[in-house]
Ligand binder design. Structure first.
Ligand SMILES: Nc1ncnc2c1ncn2[C@@H]1O[C@H](COP(=O)(O)OP(=O)(O)OP(=O)(O)O)[C@@H](O)[C@H]1O
Ligand SMILES: [Mg+2]
Length: 450
């Protein structure tokens, strides 16, 4: 029971009012009373109650009217109607108006107590659900799809960490959504109105990486014709996303550590320390702890980055999210392609559920996009997915390569409304090759309906 819940008791009968007030006061509630609707409304300015017990028959304003006025003032208030006249119709009207419950006089205090406690509990769960729905909707604003227990854990971590400024290390396989998680944290953080800048740390030489992160002065190295701000300066109060953090050299690790600790950078070729304000989020596909053991990653940098660790599960460990992701991408690309797929055939869905998705969500997204280009509305078929996903043969009859190619090219041409440049690009061949195929198969635009 909630000892701090506040009650308003409105009844014109002194005996009822006083005994209820005494009862609930002893139960630990904070209690206000009024002997009429008018008196209750006079107390209203500056007050709010969690719950009101309102007699239905009172001189002047009746309980129904008071209920409406209380609700106008505070839509969240719970109103329980007390009726002494066993006038079920009036009580029913109160329920229709949104009263929580009604109770007949004379009542057993224990029963009333139970009703009140239940109503308050109900209100709490309703508020919690509302709060949860709001946060989920916030997260959905960055389109992070997933309801599986593992994804829910990730969402919880995102919500917990977003509001503080802790450095986050996101670990997950390629295509599992690391950048999207970083984006979600940023978008839910107080820094969301400032930029999130991404530094792709892999595959850059030391000098280029340092110039990328910290900026450089004119002439700092050959090719540095102008001065340039680095990502930490550009972020300027926002978030720096350090992608593929495992791939940087020990020298760059040392420099990065200093910036994270001191929140100060020096541009390459410069000699002036510049204060920077940022939140850092790093991502890696590799096991950083193992690299620390091997000696290729500094342990102090690891601890500095891994204040909070978020581990993104691979898609094969949360297959129950596949149908949701399917719907998500279907509607995303339907809009872009102006196509009207209603869904996926049963065997095609089984195909998606059975495939291990080594490329994770990115591979799924690409497979769906491709299927939407190749497939025919209204339903995606298993054969529309790439071969590695769906070894199923197309049901077109003949399996000769030419026939499959013929059908495929025709569909792609049709999709791009016979724009040969775009069709060739989608097919991954040059225009001359496409032209020759069109001649070989004797396509004319009229074939498109076949
Ligand atoms: N939970 C998800 N809901 C919706 N889309 C997702 C989800 N996870 C990933 N995606 C999509 O999948 C693609 C890959 O995601 P992202 O770029 O975040 O992965 P990554 O882990 O950073 O991959 P890489 O290691 O290859 O850089 C993006 O288009 C992203 O929008
Ligand atoms: Mg990425």
């Amino acid at each position: 029971m909630n000892p701090k819940a506040s009650l308003l008791i409105v009844d014109d009968e002194d005996a009822v009012r006083d005994s209820l007030a005494k009862w609930f006061d002893e139960e630990g509630y904070s209690v206000d009373t009024a002997d009429s609707g008018r008196e209750a409304l006079l107390k209203l300015p500056g007050r709010r109650w969690d719950l009101a017990l309102v007699d239905i028959r009172m001189p002047g304003m009746d309980g129904l009217e008071l209920h409406r006025k209380l609700r106008d003032a505070d839509p969240k208030i719970i109103v329980i109607i007390m009726t002494g006249y066993a006038s079920v119709e009036t009580a029913a009207q109160a329920l229709k108006d949104g009263a929580y419950d009604y109770i007949m006089k004379p009542f057993d205090p224990d029963e009333l107590d139970h009703t009140v406690a239940k109503a308050l509990e109900h209100r709490r769960t309703k508020e919690e659900n509302l709060r949860l729905r709001e946060t989920l909707e916030e997260v959905r604003a960055v389109e992070l799809v997933g309801q599986s227990p593992l994804m829910r854990q990730v969402l919880e971590s995102i919500l917990t960490v977003a509001h503080n400024d802790a450095t986050v290390l996101i670990h997950g396989e390629a295509g599992s959504g690391k950048e999207l998680v970083a984006r979600a944290i940023h978008n839910l953080s107080p820094r969301r109105f400032l930029p999130m800048v991404t530094a792709r740390c892999g595959a850059l030489t030391d000098t280029l990486l340092e110039s990328e992160l910290f900026g450089h002065e004119k002439g700092a190295f050959s090719g540095a014709q102008y001065h340039k701000k680095g990502k930490f300066e550009v972020a300027d109060g926002g978030t720096v996303f350090l992608d593929e953090i495992a791939d940087i050299t020990l020298k760059a690790q040392a420099d990065l550590l200093r910036v994270l600790e001191e929140k100060e950078i020096t541009r390459l070729g410069g000699n002036q320390a510049i204060k920077v304000d940022f939140r850092a989020i790093a991502a890696t596909t590799k096991d950083l702890a193992a690299l620390v053991k091997e000696g290729t990653f500094r342990s102090d940098l690891y601890y500095c980055l891994n204040v909070v660790g978020i581990s993104l599960p691979p898609l094969r460990e949360r297959k129950e999210d596949i149908p949701l992701l399917f719907d998500h991408f279907l509607s995303k690309y339907s809009r872009a392609m102006n196509k009207r797929f209603t869904g996926v055939s049963r065997p095609a869905l089984d195909t998606l559920m059975n495939y291990p998705w080594p490329g994770n969500v990115r591979e799924l997204e690409n497979a769906i996009e491709r299927a939407m280009v190749i497939g025919r509305e209204p339903e995606i078929q298993a054969a529309d997915f790439p071969l590695q996903v769906s070894p199923t043969l197309p049901p077109e009859g003949s399996l000769a390569l030419d026939d499959v190619e013929r059908g495929h090219i025709l569909r792609v041409l049709e999709y791009f409304e016979w724009n040969q440049t775009r069709a060739a690009k989608a097919l991954g061949i040059d225009r001359v090759t496409l032209y020759n195929k069109i001649k070989k198969y004797g396509f004319r635009k009229a074939n498109a309906v076949a």
